[in-house]
Design a protein around this ligand. Sequence first.
Ligand SMILES: [Zn+2]
Length: 51
Amino acid sequence: MSCPTCGKAFAAAASRALPFCSDRCRLIDLKRWLGEEHGLPLAGGGEDEWA
Ligand SMILES: [Zn+2]
């Protein structure tokens, strides 16, 4: 499967943070959700900066 945050393919059995590839990607997604919920401005098109 592929990680929703970084798009990297990974083995689901090897991840402790499904559906993400790692805790790092899980936290990134969580922060993104919280940011949207609180209406904080996010840098546009900055997806790649997390890679
Ligand atoms: Zn990832």
